[in-house]
Design a protein around this ligand. Structure first.
Ligand code: LLP
Length: 880
């Protein structure tokens, strides 16, 4: 561990130091001081700062984890002597056990401390729970942990001295402060004076002290309250005008969003004080907002580091020479209460607002955001203890009702974008506004310091919105993640560093692809080994009886041949597709050709009767109007299960708005019409859309159709369609085929009487294909750089039609440093002829370069067209 940290320290850039002071303040929280190896880390870090930087080191520690809560329980149950006796035993055992883990004789090292604890738990002051007794009791956790730490590091040969924080941090009385706050939630002086500093300099150079505690004005013990230890460290840092304060914790730093909700959230390597303050205030729990001020006032850099990952750069909060605009983070706070107040006939009356706000003051509620109109004022209240634990809101409303009509909207969440220069970025945030437009937005507020933009929405929706909003902020360029000095690695990359991005086939085939491009672009290239890999992964689903390939995704003869060899049948949507498959695969075994048209004409059905093995009907019309075509046949009936799914509204094929499928209401009429002409419904089918990520969907659909089949009686098989998603963007997970297989196996166990069919397209071919195009021009216009290609929406329609995101790389310049964000556009006379917006490509991308558009093997060439009389792209097969 020691070497790892030492080498990591050498490779990390220290934050700029504005101070000639030798002091560096390090703070360690509960989990960081509760294990022996963590204390070894603390020792290593102290040594390194002293040796490598010639610094003096002050370490501020919290209590062992859980101890402060235990002490608080002693206060809460001070009327129960048996509980206090048990508590004393528990606290003794906890600290003596840890002393033993540290190889120390706890009874000796902690003798004085444990005696004091015992004394306090028997102190007659406990009967009245006076605040000074509470403070003294709460302080014991830090006094114990710091004593153990000093003894342990001394035993390891590090000469550290113990410092009583109360001799150095002094509480400042505040006007109107309650007696409780004056003892248990104090603020301290952090300006200090020369005399203070001179006195401090007489201490030894390596010190350990306590967080959370200070000296009260009367000389007794005081507690800092929430965020205590971080704030202690900040106070010491400010008083010492330290080189920096390092907050060592158990997360890598502050992130551009809560990593639990957004795995792609990026570590924020550098922040200004004000930005960090906003992020801490609007939701992030890493740092208590209180501890930023002292450092900011004294210009002391604050550095958040991860004790478990000492080689991570952490988050450095400091003053910035040239503040950059851009969204740094998106955060959420839940438990927000909105109070909407409508004036009743008091329009423009002087003092109306004063009356309203007086009510809030009287009930001890502090207002956060405000929005006003001529007749309405709406404010938000942050969740406070007061709000949660009392009926203060009812009392407030009763008072407000005397002057206005009042409505409370709760529970809400505030979603906040934090960053400098919000107002200048509004034009980029169109998609963000659109996303919010789909939800009920109760309030929008833009802070007067231009550092935040907040949307208040119903509490339930905020969490789900975050990943989308975060991705949109990056896409629209508002969150400039390419600034590597500010945006570090994603949480996904930190948490799963071992999972390297799989190497795509085209990375290995780069030279061959460049040669192919020389023969003419645009060109689609299909890689048959990748196609076979996907086909075999799919064929591994044991529960499947028959597998068809949806020809519409990619109809290249080599693709069809390879899939026929892999045992696939073919699902065709048109007579020309059927004829194409027959022509290409002259010896296709019987039963492998399935016709699933949409609004086909009589003639087309008639043609299909001759070539397809299976005909699918999805409305009553053909049966009623052309019964002679279907009489006596075994049919497939396509059902609309009542809902659609998919990567975009345009590809959802179920539900009232979709033209596909027979409504469940009409099934019995269809069954009757079929019976009349002697046709049999042998297969039920449904396909609800394309690009479905939920691996559980097909089993649910199978169950739904099985119930319908039970009511029909002639059904032998159920076809649950295609629609399996594939990853298009960096970091997107592969479709979970194992989960699909497991869910289908379970569904089959319940309905063994129905065979299972599926018909994917994209899953088989998308990743096997790329589109190669050549750069025609590089043009800067009004701050936007556009890379022009010889392929546009004529060659690949998906971005224009579905805002689909395909990864684009410059094959000619792999590995070159990225430049600023660009739009990639085609040669077509349409404004929507954009293949990608605001993506990064090498800075030196130039005319003639070959760009590769990834994951283009499905719905690429088949949707290409001659618009503007352009040629279709070439198609090329790679089979190596
Ligand atoms: N079965 C039926 C009845 C279908 O309509 C489709 C696709 C499939 C199977 C195959 O779906 P897949 O497994 O490929 O998702 N052009 C759009 C996709 C349209 C899908 C049309 N039907 C896109 O590029 O996203």
């Amino acid at each position: 561990m020691g070497n790892r940290i030492a080498s990591a320290l050498n490779s990390l850039s220290m934050p700029p130091s504005a101070s000639p002071s030798p002091w560096i303040v390090l703070k360690f929280g509960g989990t960081s001081v509760s294990q022996r190896h963590r204390w070894d880390t603390i020792g290593t870090l102290m040594r390194a700062r002293a040796a490598d930087e010639g610094g003096k080191v002050l370490v501020v520690v919290s209590a062992l984890s859980g101890v402060t809560n235990l002490l608080q329980s002693g206060i809460d149950r001070a009327d129960s002597p048996p509980y206090l006796a048990e508590l004393l035993a528990q606290l003794r055992a906890r600290h003596l056990d840890f002393a033993a883990e540290l190889g120390l004789d706890g009874e000796t090292v902690l003798a004085g401390r444990l005696a004091e604890l015992q004394h306090l738990l028997h102190d007659p002051r406990r009967d009245t729970r006076v605040f000074h007794w509470q403070a003294e009791l709460l302080a014991q956790g830090e006094l114990l942990s710091s004593t153990l730490g000093v003894a342990y590091l001394a035993s390891q040969g590090l000469p550290v001295a113990w410092l009583d924080a109360r001799d150095w941090l002094t509480a400042v009385p505040l006007p109107n402060q309650s007696a409780w706050a004056a003892r248990l939630s104090v603020s301290c002086d952090y300006a200090g004076d020369a005399a203070w500093r001179a006195r401090f300099e007489s201490n030894p150079p390596l010190l350990i002290t306590q967080g959370f505690i200070a000296r009260a004005a009367d000389g007794g013990t005081a507690i800092l309250g929430r965020g205590g230890s971080d704030t202690s460290a900040a106070y010491f840092g400010a008083l010492l005008r330290a080189r920096r304060v390092e907050i060592w914790t158990d997360v890598p730093g502050m992130f551009s969003a809560n990593p639990r909700a957004v795995p792609d959230a990026r570590l924020l390597s550098r922040l200004e004080y004000q930005e960090a303050q906003e992020i801490a205030t609007t939701g992030a729990k890493v740092l208590h907002p209180r501890c930023i001020h002292p450092c900011r006032d004294m210009n002391v850099p604050l550095w958040i580091r991860d004790t478990g990952r000492p080689d991570m750069p952490g988050t450095c909060i400091s003053r910035s020479a040239e503040p950059q605009t851009g969204v740094k983070a998106i955060s959420t706070r839940s438990g927000i209460v909105l109070v909407s107040m409508e004036s009743i006939g008091m329009w423009q009356q002087v003092g109306f607002l004063a009356d309203l706000f007086a009510c809030f003051k009287d009930h001890g509620l502090s207002v956060d955001m405000i929005s006003t109109s001529e007749t309405n004022v709406t404010v938000s209240l942050d969740p406070s203890d007061n709000l949660m634990n009392s009926n203060v809101l009812d009392a407030l409303c009763a008072d407000l009702a005397k002057v206005c009509r009042v409505k409370v909207i709760t529970p809400c969440s505030a979603v906040t974008l934090v960053g400098r220069g919000m107002r200048s970025m509004l034009d980029r945030l169109t998609e963000i506004w659109a996303e919010f437009g789909r939800e009920r937005v109760h309030m929008v507020s833009q802070s007067s310091n231009d550092l935040n933009l907040t949307f208040v929405v119903d509490e339930g929706v905020a969490h789900d919105l975050l990943p989308t909003l975060h991705a949109l902020l990056i896409e629209c360029g508002a969150m400039p993640v390419e600034q590597s000095a500010v945006f570090g690695p994603s949480w996904r990359a930190i948490a799963e560093p071992a999972v390297a991005e799989p190497v795509s086939w085209w990375q290995a085939a780069r030279e061959a692809l460049l040669q192919e491009a020389a023969a003419g672009t645009p060109a689609y290239v299909y890689h048959l080994p990748t196609l076979r890999r996907q086909a075999r992964a799919f064929a591994g689903i044991d529960a499947l009886e028959r597998r068809f390939y949806a020809v519409k995704a990619n109809a290249h003869p080599a693709v069809l041949t390879a899939l026929a060899e892999e045992g696939f049948g073919f699902e065709c949507v048109s007579l020309p597709e059927l004829q194409h498959v027959r022509r290409t695969l002259s010896d296709l075994p019987a039963g492998r050709l399935l016709f699933t048209p949409s609004f086909a004409s009589r003639a087309e059905y008639a043609g299909a009767c001759d070539s397809a093995d299976w005909l699918t009907l999805d409305s009553l019309y053909p049966l009623r109007h052309w019964p002679e075509l279907f009489a006596g046949r075994r049919l497939v009936l396509r059902i609309d299960p009542g809902y659609g799914l998919g990567h975009h509204a345009h590809v959802k094929t179920g539900g009232p708005e979709a033209k596909f499928g027979l409504a469940l209401d009409d099934v019995s009429a269809f069954v009757e019409a079929a019976r009349v002409i002697g046709a049999e419904i042998a297969v039920l089918h449904a396909h609800v859309g394309s690009g479905v990520q939920d691996a559980g969907h097909w089993a649910q659909l199978f169950a739904q159709l099985a119930h319908v089949a039970d009511g029909i009686g002639t059904v032998a098989a159920i076809n649950v369609g295609g629609g399996l998603a594939v990853p298009y963007r960096d970091g997107e997970a592969e479709f979970d085929i194992a989960a699909l297989a497991a869910a289908l196996a379970e569904a089959r166990r319940q309905w063994p009487q129905y065979a299972l069919w599926m018909e994917p397209g994209r899953y088989l071919t998308a990743q096997a294909g790329v589109l190669l195009a050549r750069v025609s021009q590089v043009v800067d216009k009004l701050g936007v750089r556009r890379i022009g290609l010889d392929a546009g929406m004529n060659a690949l329609m998906r971005p224009a039609l579905y805002q689909a995101k395909h990864r684009i790389v410059n094959l000619s310049r792999i590995g070159d440093a990225d430049g600023p964000r660009v739009d990639v556009v085609g040669p077509i006379c349409e404004s929507t002829d954009v293949l990608a917006r605001q993506v990064t490509l090498p800075a030196d991308t130039a005319e003639g370069d070959v760009l590769l558009i990834d994951t283009a093997g499905a719905y690429g060439f088949v949707m290409a067209n001659h618009y503007n009389l352009r040629d279709l792209p070439r198609e090329v097969i790679f089979d190596v």
